[in-house]
Design a protein around this ligand. Structure first.
Ligand SMILES: [Zn+2]
Ligand SMILES: [Zn+2]
Length: 397
C-alpha cells in the first residue's frame, strides 16, 4: 500500500467512524425527546455530553424538566392489561433484534410504535427498556403463552395459570391505574424529526466539506456555529489542525493556465446553473465541487484544485474580480480577470481543440484518489508532499 492509499483509507475509516457518531447523537436526541432518564442514557451511550442532554431536554420538555421516577417491576405485571402490554414490548423487541437491528435503534423503533399503539397509556421509554432487560438480560420476567394463544409477561418465579392470561382472566385491572404509567408529553415524530434533521444535516455537511478539503474558517462561514466541531474533525481527518485563515486569495491562479481557466469557467457555469434552479448557496458550492471533481477526474493534464480554490473562485466571481467573456471564434464563454483585456487571452476551448493543452508542473499535479473499496476522494491537503515522498522512495529502491 502506498502512502497515498494508506492516507486515503485512514480518511475513509475516520469518515465512517464520524458518521456513526453523528447517527448515535441523533439517537440521543430522540431518547431525550422521549423522556429517557440519565441512567438509561449512560447505560446506552457510555460517553455523552451532559450539557447536550440538558439542552435537548430543555428543547423538548421545557426549563424545569424533571424526569419521572421509574416504577417497580411489579407494576408492569400487576394487571392483565399491563401484562399483555409488557409482553407485546418484549415480543416486538425480539422481532427487531432478530431482523438485525441494533439495540439502540430497536428501542427507538419499538417506543415509536408503542406510543402510537397505546397513546396516553404508553410506558416511558425507560420503563419499556427495563421490562425488556428484565426479561432478556436478567431473566426476572418471562413471556408465557396461554392455552388460548395469548401471550403474557409474568415474573419468573410465578407459575403460569389462566388467571395470569390477559384474555382469560375476569379481572383486567383498572385503566386509571395504567394511565399513570407514562404521563410525559412526547413531541410528535415530525417535530423530533425536524430537530434531528437540522442537527444531523449540519454535522454531516461539515463532514462532507471537510472531506472535500475545506478549511475550518471556510466551513464556519457557511455553517454558523460549526467551528468547534469542524476544528476537531479536521484534526481527526488530517492529523493536524486546519490552516489558519480562509485559504487562498490569489485571483491570478484561476487563469494561470489554459486548463485552469477552462476549469474555472466550468465551475462558475455549474454554480450559476445550480443557483438559478433554486439550490441554496451552501449546497450549491458543495454540489459544484462534487461535479467538478467528477468531471475533471483523471483528465490528462488536469491538476485538480482543492476546495478552498474552488470556493474562492466563486467568491471572486460574485465580487466581479472574475468575469465571463465570449470567444469571437467559437462563441463559448470563458472566465477572465476583471482587468484582463477580453480577447487578449486565447479561448480555452479553441486552444484545446487545437490540441495545445498546457500540462501542469509535475509537482503541483494533484491526482484523484480511489481507494480499494471504490470510495473517491478529492485532493487532500498535503497530497503534493506525499506524492513527492513516494517518488523519492521509488527512486531509492
Ligand atoms: Zn388465555
Ligand atoms: Zn473559442
Amino acid at each position: 500500500m502506498t502512502t497515498i492509499e494508506s492516507a486515503a483509507s485512514k480518511l475513509e475509516a475516520v469518515y465512517s467512524e464520524v458518521l456513526r457518531e453523528i447517527r448515535l447523537e441523533a439517537a440521543l436526541i430522540e431518547f431525550c425527546a422521549r423522556g429517557a432518564r440519565n441512567p438509561t442514557l449512560v447505560s446506552l451511550f457510555k460517553k455523552h455530553s451532559q450539557s447536550r442532554v440538558r439542552e435537548f431536554n430543555r428543547v423538548f420538555h421545557g426549563e424545569d424538566y424533571q424526569s419521572k421516577k421509574p416504577w417497580s417491576l411489579d407494576y408492569f405485571v400487576g394487571s392483565a392489561d399491563r401484562r399483555a402490554q409488557s409482553a407485546t414490548c418484549v415480543v416486538m423487541y425480539r422481532r427487531l433484534v432478530d431482523a438485525g437491528i441494533d439495540k439502540i435503534e430497536a428501542y427507538l423503533q419499538l417506543h415509536r410504535s408503542h406510543t402510537q399503539q397505546y397513546g396516553p397509556l404508553a410506558y416511558n421509554i425507560d420503563d419499556m427498556i427495563r421490562i425488556i432487560r428484565a426479561s432478556e438480560d436478567r431473566g426476572e420476567l418471562r413471556v408465557e403463552q396461554c392455552e388460548c394463544g395469548h401471550r403474557t409477561l409474568i415474573k419468573s418465579d410465578s407459575i403460569m395459570s389462566k388467571g395470569l392470561c390477559p384474555m382469560c382472566t375476569p379481572h383486567r385491572g383498572s385503566k386509571a391505574a395504567v394511565r399513570k404509567a407514562g404521563g410525559l408529553t412526547i413531541a410528535s415524530e415530525e417535530v423530533i424529526g425536524v430537530y434531528i434533521e437540522k442537527y444531523v444535516s449540519d454535522k454531516t455537511r461539515v463532514l462532507r466539506m471537510s472531506m472535500q478539503g475545506a478549511r475550518v474558517k471556510e466551513i464556519a462561514v457557511r455553517i454558523p456555529g460549526s467551528e468547534k466541531f469542524a476544528a476537531e474533525l479536521y484534526r481527526r481527518l488530517y492529523g493536524r489542525s486546519s490552516p489558519q485563515g480562509g485559504g487562498v486569495c490569489n485571483s491570478e491562479f484561476h487563469v494561470e493556465t489554459i486548463d485552469r481557466r477552462h476549469q474555472t469557467s466550468v465551475i462558475i457555469k455549474k454554480y450559476l446553473s445550480l443557483i438559478e434552479s433554486g439550490v441554496r448557496e451552501i449546497e450549491a458550492v458543495e454540489a459544484t465541487n462534487a461535479f467538478y471533481l467528477a468531471t475533471f477526474n483523471g483528465q490528462s493534464g488536469s491538476d485538480l484544485m482543492g476546495y478552498s480554490r474552488l470556493a474562492f473562485a466563486i467568491v471572486l466571481f460574485k465580487i466581479g474580480e472574475l468575469q465571463f467573456c465570449k470567444c469571437g471564434k467559437c462563441g463559448i464563454e470563458y472566465i477572465v480577470l476583471k482587468d484582463e483585456i477580453p480577447g487578449d487571452q486565447q479561448c480555452p476551448v479553441c486552444r484545446m481543440l487545437a490540441g495545445k493543452t498546457v500540462r501542469p508542473e509535475k509537482d503541483i499535479a494533484i491526482e484523484y484518489d480511489v481507494t480499494e473499496s471504490g470510495t473517491i476522494f478529492p485532493p487532500l491537503p498535503g497530497d503534493p508532499r506525499r506524492r513527492r515522498e513516494e517518488r523519492r522512495q521509488k527512486q531509492v529502491f
